[in-house]
Design a protein around this ligand. Structure first.
Ligand SMILES: *Cc1c(COP(=O)(O)O)cnc(C)c1O
Length: 355
């Protein structure tokens, strides 16, 4: 059997089907039904936040976050080291991504370089808590405040990481989450916006439901609301969060013990309670990465090149700045398989390939 970098977690079938059966009885399939309301309430309490909006996916979450903050043009400072959706959501909203290079230790945007990239057209900063590691939120907030910029964190990897005593996905004007099947917590497809201010949250609530309330149309909106079946999967999975984390932590620590000093790993961050969303390793060179991939492929193991290529090199971008640290890391980093259900023997096998 092949081993991939991740495998969706599935709750016991009866737990999901019991919820589905109740949906059939109620005949309420969408439009803020009880499963969606229940999930949103549990999330508010789990994350310790006031304004939480469950939406269809993490990409649309980024797009409506920009809209809710009234950003419809201009430059958005962002990181080149992320999944393509971070950049594409900016482009889709007809804004211009401006790339600022990363800190090589934890792959997050380098706050010291943000200020140089600010122009009169800059509207916001969109950093990523990549792999669930914390951006330097204090430095980012300071520069945002000084230049009156909004901050939208793409926290797609950060669900359940905690930083300095609060949910990592609660920083900034808005933090967005992805609950895609491949993420550590999922609702099959899904995403969310965690919003700091009441008025922005009210705008987002309208935007995600066509911009109207009854017959009164307040603003341009879209359909980003999620349905009862996806929420039911989320609610079923929520009950298993503690065991999901415990198992991912155990598997990560097994990797740690077997790979000590054989590969470069992200630096530990003070104040971070890590969610074990990914297990990234940095190789000496791309050549070494490809050699290890070849040997793993013979064993039917398929890690992923996460994230590759560096987004400032996307072919449909014009005049993107070069980002040497991101481009260097992107060609020699990979994520090893990590998911509930991965057996210890596979980890021993995988680690045996590293010299
Ligand atoms: C997965 C992901 C997204 C997109 O989320 P979807 O729910 O798949 O739309 C955005 N940003 C990052 C960093 C991601 O990993």
């Amino acid at each position: 059997m092949s081993t991939y970098v991740t495998k969706p977690y599935l709750p016991p079938k009866e737990e999901y089907l019991k919820r589905v059966s109740a949906i059939f009885d109620r005949d309420v399939l969408t439009n803020q039904g009880p499963e969606v309301r229940d999930l949103e309430e549990r999330m508010r309490s789990f994350l310790g936040v006031e304004h939480f909006h469950y939406v269809t996916n993490g990409t649309v979450a980024l797009q409506i976050a920009l809209r809710a903050l009234d950003i419809t043009e201009g430059e958005i400072i962002t990181t080149p080291f992320s999944y393509v959706a971070t950049t594409s959501s900016i482009l889709w909203e007809r804004c211009t991504p401006v790339f600022v290079d990363i800190e090589p230790e934890n792959f997050t945007i380098d706050p010291a370089k943000i200020e140089e990239a600010i122009t009169p057209r800059t509207k916001a900063i969109m950093p990523v808590h990549v792999f669930g590691y914390a951006c330097n939120v204090d430095a980012i907030e300071a520069v945002a405040k000084k230049h009156d910029l909004k901050v939208i964190y793409d926290a797609a990897h950060a669900f359940a990481s905690r930083y300095k005593g609060r949910a990592l996905s609660s920083y900034g004007d808005i933090s967005t989450l992805s609950f895609h099947a491949t993420k550590l917590f999922h609702t099959i497809e899904g995403g969310a916006c965690v919003v700091r201010d009441q008025d922005v949250s009210d705008r987002l609530e309208l935007i995600k439901r066509f911009g109207h309330h009854g017959d009164t149309h307040y603003m341009l909106g879209i359909n980003a609301k999620q349905d009862e079946f996806n929420a039911a999967m989320g609610n079923a999975n929520m009950g298993h969060l503690p065991e999901i984390f415990a198992e991912r932590k155990r598997l990560s620590e097994l990797y740690d013990s077997l790979l000590a000093r054989k590969v470069r790993r992200p630096a530990p961050q003070e104040g971070l309670e890590y969610n074990h969303a990914y297990y990234p390793v940095v190789f000496e060179s791309e050549k070494e990465l490809l050699a290890v991939f070849d040997r793993l492929k013979e064993m039917d193991v398929f890690p992923r090149r996460y994230f590759y290529p560096s987004l400032n090199t996307l072919p449909y971008l014009k005049n993107a700045a070069s980002c040497p640290a991101s481009e260097d890391i992107a060609v020699r980093i990979a994520c090893l398989p990590l998911f509930v259900g991965l057996d210890d023997d596979s980890i021993y096998k995988i680690c045996g390939v590293f010299k």
